[in-house]
Design a protein around this ligand. Sequence first.
Ligand SMILES: [Ca+2]
Ligand SMILES: [Ca+2]
Length: 310
Amino acid sequence: MLLTEHLTPLTFEDRVTKILPGWSIKNCEMNSHWARGLQENYCRRKNVLRTHPLSQEVPCTLERRMDIPANRSTFLHAIVSNHPNRDWVLVCRVNGTVQKTVTVNEELTKAGWVSVTFDLTPFASEKNVLIELENKANDWNHEDGYWANLTISPSQSSPRVASMYSVEGAVAELFPGWTIKNCEMNPQWPRGMRADYRGKKNVLETHPLSQEVPCTLGYRTDIPTGKKTTLRVVVSNYPNCDWELVCRVNGVIHRVVTIDEKLTKGGWATGTFDLTPFAGRKNVRIELENKANGWHHETAFWASLTIQSR
Ligand SMILES: [Ca+2]
Ligand SMILES: [Ca+2]
């Protein structure tokens, strides 16, 4: 009795809605020893949902209904994780029929998160489509499902299964449309998504590949005529260390800013780059480099990347 009083179903439902708006949950096993629901911090992410199948036969299910738009592609991206060294099965059903099954294990998540993509395009123009995502047991040993995000996008912005420890997965989620290359990966200093840094949540952490080769974030866009176009970036540095932020347009250096403690003052700095001189040009290549000056924590943190024309 104490158990049911302690974990009120209403509170749990509210938590699910808070983390994953539009989705509802059923058949989540409640357990006084292993808390389900909102978990404040898991694998460098804040506010994730932790679920567990009701039994070996009955999976925990997240579900929603939606109309699938006509004449375009629609994808569902689920960012999920597993209990350390344990696994579970992520099943996607549409109108009751299994569409895709993925085993979420250590090999896939690499002690982090994976983004799994489900193609909903075959259901284009159908109304009130039932989408179910199951946290299904494949044995009975910590079958916990961890859910960081569920998004429905008009295009396939991230790879079908991308590790969130891969910086590509983090960039796809944080800065849709941007690409990344030459980020140094280091088991000791994981790059990619960082749960929080200097007061901001879910930021991108990068590092140059070498002293000579910067890490580059890239974007292509048309610059409209008759408007002022500005690229705005919010960045930070590793405490008491610095790096060079280089902005290139069509391969030519546009501006260089040193991101150091003097500029960020233990927090974040906003840089603005005026792209108005390129007005009227199509498919303009914009590159932002995290470039080393010296070789001592040349880490860059990116909280925001926006291009505005007004
Ligand atoms: Ca298992
Ligand atoms: Ca430096």
